[in-house]
Design a protein around this ligand. Sequence first.
Ligand code: HEM
Length: 549
Amino acid sequence: MQSFIDKMIFSFFFYLLLAYFVYDRFIRIYMRMHFYRKQGIPYHFNINLPIIGSVKSLKDFQKEHNPTNHPIIEWNKHHYFPNDSDTVPPITGLLLGSQLRLMVNRPEIVEEMLITQNKYYDKHPGSATNSDIVVGKSILFAQSDLQWQQKRKVISSALYKDRLRGMIETIKDVTIKAIESDWMLHKDQNGVSLEIVNIMQNLFMQVTLSCFFGQSIEVKPTVSQLVKGEHKEVRLGEAIQNSFEQVMGRPLQPLLIVFRELLPYFITQSDRELKQNALSLRAFIRNLINERRKLQDGQVQSGNVQYKDLLSILLNDPNFENDDSIVDECLTFFLAGSMTTASTTANTVCYLIQSNETEKKLRESLKQNFDYFADSSKTLQDLASEITLETLDLRNDEYLKYCFNESLRIEPPVPFSSSLCMTEEVTIGGFIFKKGEGFYHNCYQLHHNLDQWGPTHDEYIPERFDPGHVHEYPKRHPMSFLPFSGGKRVCVGKTFAEIAFKIVMPLVMKAFNKDGRIGEFADKEHYTKKPHINGLQLKRSKIIINFNA
Ligand code: HEM
């Protein structure tokens, strides 16, 4: 009798669970899709497959087209607006496994979301769960609560103007050191042959280490990582990037597509390796923190400027109650700060190689701002002495700033926002969004909408940001350019990123120059295609440049 009752109880719970599974993975999703389709939001037909959703279609698309751009961006475009047309659907549907996501492609809707309706959505809790293993509870994926607000305020203070002045000195030192003592070692009769993404990634990792963690620029940190079962010493930047890319790809693993509840567990061999590697990274950062604790004042000395760096600020603030919360923010800074800036700079170099005219204009413009830039009797150090917070305003000509903007536009380092989530049912842009719905801002598309950027949207033209060229490139909707996100979650490092770019580019262009050209691609194919280097996919890009030295 007892065993019969046990069986009944077991069966009851088993069928209850099954019913929940069927409801959650099929019925609920179909009802939601129906709800959005009725409002005119398209869903590509392949995504109706139970549980698998768009994933099979996405994988097939990758196999067939091998997109150099981010697959989600290209898939969205391929299925919903394959030919450049004025009428990109404002919102398109995506089903990642059994998770519905909406892609917002139009600036008018983004504006309404960021400005008047921002209290109705927040970061999607799924992003925090997924990335927890690498960035823990950092501000990047945290909900916009009081704790996030307080932490963000403290972190932003590491980037105040007086501190930026010190960091400018550090960035100059790190860049000159990289060019002279690292890159130039590869010099032969053909110039200096370097892989652009790799050198920029390492450069900006060193910038981050020195500016925010006060590390000596002599240190080139490596971390022990498991690569297919073998222990290897990997450069810190590469190790962080690898772990992040793996974390981002995890929700598309077959097991996790079917049972997303298993996301916090690391079951497969590659997941266990990822966990191990993430723990090694965290241990490395904890070590930095311990070393810093031994120092008395936590001041960084750079040239004749002294400043308190991020690490000393966090160590002395009650909002960061334990070392784990400091490690979380440090790893976020490495990720958010260096991959993005590295890809922007690498893209700019590629576009200069592709366009003689743009490079000529940029060199002319730099000459107007910095006397030593084109003077061959002057060294990199001489040029560096002219670079200050004030001269970085580019008072005589802003072409370098236009190049920065155009690089961010044509290839946004963060091509779509992290996953966001409606906290209430709300109507935006005439569409009703259900509570709990996940969505992304499709920044890449915002930067390429034909009615906003015209038929040349796929060409690198810095002049579009020059007010003097407004007749050729009319003003766009303000939300058509959104590389740093916006509203309360706008990037905290945007000024730092711009400053770092404006320091690195002139130094690199002075170091590598033959008859006004920086260098050439080793593979001639690169002259005709867009570089497509974005911050989420650095590993995919292998572009060798023969720099002129
Ligand atoms: C070209 C360079 C950069 C670009 C394009 C960029 C872009 C972005 C974007 C789009 C977001 C929002 C991400 C989301 O949707 O979740 C973001 C957030 C953030 N960025 Fe940046 N970023 C850059 C450089 C930096 C730098 C240099 C730092 C640090 C020094 C930094 C620190 C952060 C942090 C901490 C957040 C999270 C802010 C919050 O949610 O409160 N970023 N960035």
